[in-house]
Design a protein around this ligand. Structure first.
Ligand code: ADP
Length: 498
């Protein structure tokens, strides 16, 4: 059988499909953006039909670009924007409401109420998550409460809920399968990550009827086969993982202590903690990294809201650069005697601070401060935030095996100045792989391995290729002084809370 595997990467702003060959090289890509809907302040929606239509079109485009037909593809792997919530009618396959996107804050009041009632410790114990609108559970409850008749129809078994993977698989298989994988399930607020099942108490708390939920499978499993008429031949769907988990797999972070960080608009870091879930005392999330052959591997996860977005602000807000890559040359010329700090809390601060009301601030300005120092401060803010996340992770869990190595990916890691400053401020090596399509590659590996055409876990990990390792070179006293300055700046930026 061929070693070609197709990854569907259904993201927040675009849908992509990538064909990989059996040496993990990209043979063809299709990509399409779709409309974002902002019906109210803090609300973000996608038309689920757009997600489906662009997925089908990009799969066809990727096959055409690779000059292959569906019959040449051994398997499909799916990775997706996580937490985004779709409810559809089982009889017609039509959504009953637009998809509510992970960024959507409409259920903030509901979450605050549940927190005030004292539910958060139990929720965290069972799901590894926090009572935050980010996760699917309160979004699903909102749809069932808001769409007329939805609750009754849900109880009658007429409706289906899914994250985007489930929605796509339902349609790819012509309605034959209503399934998801353990990583996507672990982001719903409804799944007990310790017991590995939908949690009856969580369902009761949010008044969700079990009839709407998908079956939860391993990340590498039989998710069904595509309708023959879609691509010209039936292709088995054999791998599924949420985007950050797929990147963890694509980075081959299979051993406890391995850490990956993805630097795009925001930044997501996942630390593999092995087969025991670690409870965070630093407000990190406990989540399922992957489930293979029935065995769950857990991760601690931390998110930074503003990473590349700080560079976008330099470009679009301040106009001090025209293209993101110019930030490196500018920062390299910054005056070393100025201690300028940007705390990019444009939309509050994420882990480990979790201060939604904080707003951004610049510290240490003098008459001599200019674009160079601002570029440096923006790039350094990404490093400092990563250092805070890793400190929190190590406070929650430490691996006696030794030093931390960070595997990085995402659009920002092309910036060598940033990578060097990151390793300097972390005082730990930073590894940048050759293949930066780690999210799609992770999904492809899950499927390709299950199909028997790609190597096993160890074989795949052995073929992970380093592009460049960045090693710390900054003097320890300089690093300590910089971190002290950052902590002071963050302390002054946090909102005044009761
Ligand atoms: P996303 O998947 O979130 O859209 P990407 O992984 O495509 O993000 O990365 C894009 C982000 O990376 C943008 O915010 C952009 O400003 C930033 N970026 C891209 N190239 C560079 C660079 N050379 N230096 C700094 N930031 C960069």
């Amino acid at each position: 059988m061929s070693g070609y595997v197709l990854a569907i990467d259904q993201g927040t702003t675009s849908s992509r499909a990538i064909v990989f060959d059996d040496r993990f090289a990209v043979r063809g890509i299709g990509q399409q953006e779709f409309d974002q809907h902002f019906p109210d302040s803090g609300w973000v929606e996608h038309d689920a039909e757009d997600l489906w239509r662009t997925t089908v079109e990009t799969v066809r485009a990727a096959l055409a670009a690779a000059r292959l037909s569906a019959g040449d593809i051994a398997a499909i792997g799916i990775t997706n924007q996580r937490e985004t919530t779709v409810v559809w009618d089982r009889a017609t396959g039509k959504p009953i409401h637009r998809a509510i996107v992970w960024q959507d804050r409409r259920t903030a009041a509901r979450c605050a109420q549940l927190k005030a009632e004292g539910h958060e410790p139990t929720v965290t114990e069972k799901t590894g998550l926090l009572l935050d609108p980010y996760f699917s559970g309160t979004k699903l409850a909102w749809i069932l409460d808001t769409v007329p008749g939805a609750r009754a129809r849900a109880e009658a078994g007429e409706l289906a809920f899914g994250t985007v993977d489930s929605w796509l698989i339902w349609h790819l298989t012509g309605g034959a399968r209503h399934v998801t994988d353990a990583t996507n399930a672990s982001r719903t607020l409804l799944y007990n990550i310790r017991e590995g099942c939908w949690d009856q108490d969580m369902l009761r708390l949010l008044a969700i009827h079990e009839a709407v939920l998908p079956e939860v499978l391993d990340c590498a499993a039989d998710f069904g086969v595509t309708r023959r008429d879609l691509f010209g031949a039936a292709i088995p769907i054999l791998g599924v993982a949420g985007d950050q988990q797929a990147a963890t797999v694509g980075q081959a972070c299979f051993a406890p202590g391995m850490l990956k960080s993805t630097y795009g608009t925001g930044c997501f870091a996942l630390l593999n903690t092995g087969t025991t879930p670690v409870r965070s005392t630093n407000r990190l999330l406990t989540t399922i990294a992957y489930r293979l052959d029935g065995e769950v591997t857990y991760a601690l996860e931390g998110a930074i809201f503003v990473a590349g977005a700080a560079i976008q602000w330099l470009r679009d807000g301040l106009g001090v650069i025209e293209r993101a890559e110019q930030s490196a040359a500018l920062a390299a010329e910054a005056d070393p005697n100025q201690a300028v700090y940007l705390v990019p809390a444009f939309t509050g601060l994420g882990a480990p601070h979790w201060d939604p009301d904080a707003r951004g601030a610049l510290f240490g300005l003098t008459r001599a401060t200019g674009p160079r120092e601002l570029a440096q401060a923006a790039l350094e803010s990404v490093c400092f935030q990563t250092a805070d996340l890793i400190d929190a992770m190590h406070a929650d869990w430490s691996d006696d095996a030794g030093e931390t190595v960070l595997r990085v990916d995402g659009g920002m890691v092309a910036n060598d100045w940033l990578m060097q400053r990151l390793t300097d401020l972390l005082a730990a090596p930073v590894d940048r792989p050759v293949v930066l399509e780690t999210t799609a590659l992770g999904a492809a590996w899950l499927a390709g391995h299950k199909a028997g055409v790609w190597p096993d876990r160890d074989g795949f990990a052995a073929q992970w290729r380093l592009d460049r390792r960045f090693e710390p070179a900054m003097a320890e006293d300089q690093r300590a002084a910089k971190l002290l300055g950052w902590r002071d700046a963050v302390g002054r930026t946090l909102s005044v809370r009761g």
